[in-house]
Design a protein around this ligand. Structure first.
Ligand code: BMA
Length: 324
């Protein structure tokens, strides 16, 4: 049992287990803040660049197509500066991107000294995952498709393991949506595919699971927040769970939360283009501020922020059942 008074935290209106608190000025980004017409802004990748928090936000235009665009903030909460023009959009060269670029996740690739952005390309054959690298979020090198459709919710780990890069992703196979890990010597050829996290039939994450945030390195292992989906008579509910991967052998899940830690509750999470969605895509472990900041898409319409104490998160996940 965690050492903090989670029942008190829960009764004070915080989230399950009292781990996350929603930022009081949520949603932090809406389409009203965009410098050009946009229907919705949501599901952002998050990273610290030059001392600022950079969000690479999915922006859906008035045709229903998404592109990615940058917003920056000094404290990661307020005063967001949104780039005047789209940052990454379909460019005609990569046919699989023709209908959209969606849901980016970002890591700093240590060896390449570049940020790696993995995003969903919406092709006529269905969604798949593409890779682009950048040093500055202005110039990008596109690598094209990493995996065939249907696949989504992907992120690289920041370094090699036994000489190979590791990719977390979520193929849809025979209607089943589990989280997988695959490996590559060169970021182009992927193999040795294995399931990392299964859905849990009957549970809150029984219908689908997918990676949420990029893996965050801690002394205890790689911390990942994932989304879990339950189907109900009124549609799907998207909530957030927590898991821990072994630091040196990240294909081993050491802990997984039984409970969800954040789910749709506030009006901006319950009402929107897709109601009942909390979709985590980016996280910042701010050691200076001793703050874990979780950025998420709310109801496929806006960007929400939830805050946690990093030590409480670790303490909690260590108290969760180990995964054999
Ligand atoms: C998932 C993805 C996300 C979206 C979520 C909820 O399958 O398509 O982009 O936010 O559904 O609609």
């Amino acid at each position: 049992m965690p050492s903090w008074d989670w029942e008190k935290a829960f009764s004070e209106g915080r989230t399950p287990r009292g781990l996350f608190s929603r930022y009081e000025k949520n949603p932090i980004l809406t389409s009203a803040q965009w410098p050009y017409p946009a229907n919705a802004v949501f599901n952002p990748g998050a990273v610290q660049v030059d001392g600022k928090t950079l969000l690479l936000v999915r922006v859906e235009d008035m045709r229903g197509f998404s592109h990615l665009s940058v917003a920056r903030s000094t404290d990661g909460k307020t005063d967001w500066q949104v780039d005047a023009h789209p940052t990454l959009e379909p460019n005609g060269e990569y046919r699989e991107e023709q209908w959209a670029l969606e849901d980016p996740r970002i890591v700093w690739l240590e060896e390449e000294e570049q940020y790696a952005v993995t995003y969903v390309s919406f092709s006529e054959g269905g969604p798949l995952v593409s890779l682009a690298t950048t040093k500055d979020f202005c110039e990008f090198t596109r690598y094209g498709a990493m995996v065939p459709p249907e696949d989504k919710d992907a992120c690289l780990l920041p370094r090699r393991f036994g000489g190979r890069y590791a990719l977390i992703h979520r193929p849809l196979i025979r209607g089943e949506a589990h989280v997988w890990m695959s490996f590559s010597p060169d970021l182009k050829h992927w193999g040795d595919h294995r399931v990392l996290l299964h859905t849990r039939p009957g549970w809150w994450d029984g219908r689908r699971v997918g990676l949420g945030t990029q893996p965050i390195e801690t002394a205890e292992g790689w911390l990942i927040l994932y989304h879990g989906v339950r189907s109900t008579a009124a549609g799907a509910i998207y909530r957030v769970g927590l898991a821990l991967l072994d630091l040196e052998q990240p294909w081993k899940v050491t802990r997984r939360s039984d409970e969800w830690l954040l789910g749709p509750k506030e009006p901006y999470e319950r009402l929107g283009d897709v109601p009942g969605v909390v979709f985590p895509t980016g996280a910042i472990l701010d050691r200076k501020a001793n703050e874990f900041r979780l950025y998420y898409g709310a109801a496929d319409s806006s960007v929400g922020l939830a805050l946690a104490d990093p030590e409480e998160l670790i303490e909690y996940i260590k108290s969760c059942p180990s995964v054999g």
